[in-house]
Design a protein. Structure first.
Lengths: 229, 397
């Protein structure tokens, strides 16, 4: 199918509405200053080497307000970005990786099906970081989760509890979190998620995850006497 | 949209006004203090004593020697715990005071860069909650993760330039009962390791003159808010960040150059968790193989969570394709600890690493068989419940 043709049926108003949300982000103006078309960002970009992906096109579509191209990128490109920010080598001062951060937020806030698809299999990680305050945990090291890392992962999994006890720092004797986070701190984190609308973002892409997180958080917040307003 | 075509000219004019030797960017720390003077927030000062280091545009950055509050890293603590343990061991070896807190959360930026299931306000609130916790403890934040460090610098910029964001986050901190406080400097642990490298060299017990090292500079250390990273004219003519490389040199090992040093490791944030075909390909084809062909290193050293994980774990599957892999990977903190006599399993915890590291230990003069036997004895004692946990005293026994 020709470039952008698969999104021809999407009304221009929808594309404009989404673009306006990206442009309204406070960071937008400091991430885009025009484009020389020099391609330095593409040369530095790891994703450009393995995907049909170009940070130069991201900057150009945003600069030109090219709505069909923007919409295509919002659905097909942004999840390929590595978010390494090598593209900030731009001599013009652009930050295509930063534009993509904003575009991803807009994709999530609007519950785009492409965003839901990109996050398939990722829900357990969102659950981990939002509910425990640490992104990855020792007990995630299971052979079925990391088969490409070899039998070494099985060895860690088999010895996990014992090997964690063999760590001198007191905070690291955990298996379900990266380190020990106290309950009060966790309660404060939950309050942040509530007060900043992050739980609503989760709701727009994964209703089931939202319900589980809400249950976990409400209990601790209630116990601590907080109301999330 | 109107494109500001005069942006470069304006920057040049501004630089000319300040003089040709002045940095091309503002010193955000001045703005941080201005906001303190206006009563907008508190600024936590770097405690004495501190060491002055030079950043990208020649400014001096204060690195605290001691009384540091350790903002730990999810990936380090969770999957490569010898990384965090080695940082603490180095501090303890120098007899310095530190705080390993339980009232710290992740910066949550790994998730933010992977899934975008967060927003500016939440990210800034998480940062300021952690900074508030550090301030309450009386210890100064030292950040273990490169992404946390880079992201917190972004957050600082955003808070400095947006009164609206400051108001939002201040309200949240008030609700949490946390002080609204910004540290005077945002400090990465590898900056402390850089600043203390001569102290490590004085205490070194191994001869590393035969060890060749390639260095991978972490993207979120030197590509996010670039002016805050350490540069040194004696390291690559000041054209690359000096952290890690200067430590290798101070310890008497050999830094070997390779052409793809600027490339990322392939971590990709979401890719390492749910799209590792990309991660494995990039890590092995653009990093490890290039290092092998151009420098033939004994070890790859880096200074961030994701880089150690990616470069180490990605090599296993590449063996099935007969790729030229097989170089051990660790942090410079683990390497420095080993140089100072740290136990490879009790402290550096190398059994959590994937790529074969034993030939490296032999070359460094470490009897890994004997050290593993000692560690197995530790495990037996733990199994038999003679001990609940391995202690710092055990680590140095």
């Amino acid at each position: 199918m020709a470039l952008q043709a698969r999104y021809e049926d999407v009304p221009l108003e929808t594309k404009q509405h989404l673009f306006d949300q990206v442009k309204a982000d406070a960071r937008f103006d400091s991430y885009l200053y025009g484009c020389y078309e020099c391609g330095i960002c593409v040369a530095a970009c790891p994703s450009a080497r393995f995907y049909d992906f170009s940070p130069r096109k991201i900057a150009q579509a945003a600069g030109r307000q090219d709505l069909p191209m923007f919409y295509e990128q919002l659905n097909d490109d942004i999840w390929n970005c590595s978010q390494c920010f090598s593209c900030t080598r731009c001599p013009r001062g652009n930050n295509p990786g930063g534009l993509i951060t904003i575009m991803r937020e807009v994709a999530i806030n609007n519950g785009l099906s492409s965003a839901k698809h990109a996050l398939e299999g990722y829900g357990r990680v969102v659950y981990k970081i939002m509910s425990t305050g640490t992104q990855v945990s020792p007990d995630m090291l299971q052979p079925n989760a990391f088969p490409d890392w070899g039998p070494h992962v099985q060895e860690i999994s088999d010895n996990l509890e014992l090997w964690r006890r063999a760590l001198p720092p007191d905070t690291l004797h955990t298996t379900s979190t990266a380190w020990e986070v106290d309950d009060r701190t966790l309660t404060e984190l939950y309050l942040i998620w509530h007060m900043t609308g992050v739980l609503d973002m989760i709701k727009s892409v994964d209703m089931g995850l939202h319900m589980i997180l809400n249950d976990v958080m409400e209990e601790l917040l209630d116990e601590a006497g907080y109301t999330a307003d | 949209m109107p494109i500001p075509l005069t942006v470069l000219e304006n920057r040049r004019d501004a630089r000319d006004d300040r003089g040709p030797a002045t940095p091309p960017t503002e010193d955000v720390r001045e703005r941080v203090f201005e906001l303190e003077a206006k009563g907008e927030w508190l600024v936590q000062r770097v405690p004495d004593p501190w060491i002055g280091v030079t950043t990208k545009y020649g400014r001096t950055k204060k690195i605290p020697v001691a009384r540091t509050w350790h903002h730990k890293s999810c990936g380090q603590c969770g999957h490569i715990p010898g990384y965090s343990t080695s940082i603490f061991w180095l501090i303890r070896k120098l007899g310095l005071d530190y705080n390993d807190p339980k009232d710290q959360t992740s910066c949550t930026a790994w998730n933010y860069y992977a899934s975008a299931t967060s927003n500016q306000g939440a990210q800034a609130a998480v940062a300021m909650r952690n900074f508030g916790a550090a301030y309450e403890s009386g210890y100064f934040p030292m950040i273990h993760c490169g992404t946390s460090y880079g992201h917190y610098k972004e957050v600082r910029e955003e808070l400095v330039h947006s009164a609206e964001l400051r108001d939002e986050v201040r309200r949240i901190c008030d609700k949490l009962g946390k002080p609204f406080v910004m540290p005077e400097e945002i400090v990465h642990y590898s900056e402390w390791v850089y600043a203390m490298r001569d102290e490590f060299a004085k205490r070194q017990v191994l001869d590393l003159s035969g060890i060749d090292v390639t260095v991978h500079p972490a993207c979120h250390y030197h590509k996010l808010v670039v002016e805050d990273a350490i540069y040194d004219p004696d390291v690559y003519g000041g054209q690359r960040t000096a952290v890690v490389s200067a430590v290798v040199t101070a310890l008497g090992a050999n830094v070997k150059d390779y052409s793809t040093w600027f490339d990322c490791c392939g971590f990709g944030f979401r890719h390492i968790l749910v799209q590792r075909d990309f991660t494995r390909s990039f890590a092995t084809l653009r990093k490890i193989e290039v290092m092998q062909e151009e420098a033939n290193p004994d070890v790859v050293l880096t200074h961030d969570t994701g880089c150690v994980t990616t470069l180490d774990q990605s090599q296993f599957a590449a063996r099935a394709h007969d790729r030229k892999v097989g170089v051990p990977v660790m942090s410079e903190a683990q390497f420095a600890a080993l140089a100072m006599g740290a136990h490879p399993y009790r402290v550096a915890q190398l059994h959590w690493h994937n790529t074969e590291y034993r030939p490296l230990l032999e070359k460094m003069g470490i009897d890994w068989r004997e050290r593993w036997r000692e560690f197995e004895d530790d495990l037996e004692r733990l199994k038999g419940n003679d001990k609940t946990f391995l202690t710092w005293e055990d680590a140095d026994a």
